[in-house]
Design a binder for this molecule. Structure first.
Ligand SMILES: [Zn+2]
Ligand SMILES: [Zn+2]
Length: 159
């Protein structure tokens, strides 16, 4: 059972990039410059980015970046299982453990925007049971929980 809650600090995208490259080879697709650039921008952040925030970061390096291109890259990365979409904020974040398809929980700080990815089995099991009890077959998706992170709580307590 995997219950570790890993913070995103010090996260690197190297393993993720390798995985993506292998996946692309399998599918006969190219890890395009745009896909790679989007991945790197997401890897550099502790918080989720919207497609337009991504575009704003990509434009200075590549003036040919377009919203449609960014969305296509994001679609590809989501399908490859290395990026999660946050429905509540319509933004995107790099997956913490892209080795296997998974549900899980994303804890989102509404003050600083930090996102922590967790895979808490009891929470996932409880959600499944809730759906069952109410006759729902729930989509296998990530549960989003908003609040204030430890750092922001400490900061506001210090004031
Ligand atoms: Zn994930
Ligand atoms: Zn915070």
């Amino acid at each position: 059972m995997r219950r570790a809650v890993k913070a995103r600090a010090g996260h690197t995208s190297e393993g993720t990039l390798e995985r993506l490259e292998a996946l692309c080879r399998e599918r006969g697709q190219r890890l395009t410059r745009q896909r790679r650039a989007v991945l790197r921008k997401l890897a550099a952040e502790r918080r989720a980015l919207s497609a337009y925030e991504l575009l704003a970061r990509l434009r200075p390096e590549d003036g040919r970046s377009t919203p449609a291109g960014v969305y296509r890259a994001l679609e590809f990365l989501m399908e490859a299982g290395v990026v999660h979409r946050l429905e509540s904020t319509r933004s995107f974040i790099l997956c913490e453990h892209p080795d296997a398809p998974h549900g899980g929980q994303l804890l989102i700080c509404r003050v600083c925007g930090q996102v922590v990815e967790a895979e808490d089995e009891p929470v996932a099991a409880a959600t499944g049971r809730l759906g069952e009890r109410l006759g729902f077959s729930l989509d296998p998706r990530v549960l989003e929980l908003t609040g204030v992170c430890a750092r922001c709580r400490a900061r506001s307590a210090a004031h």
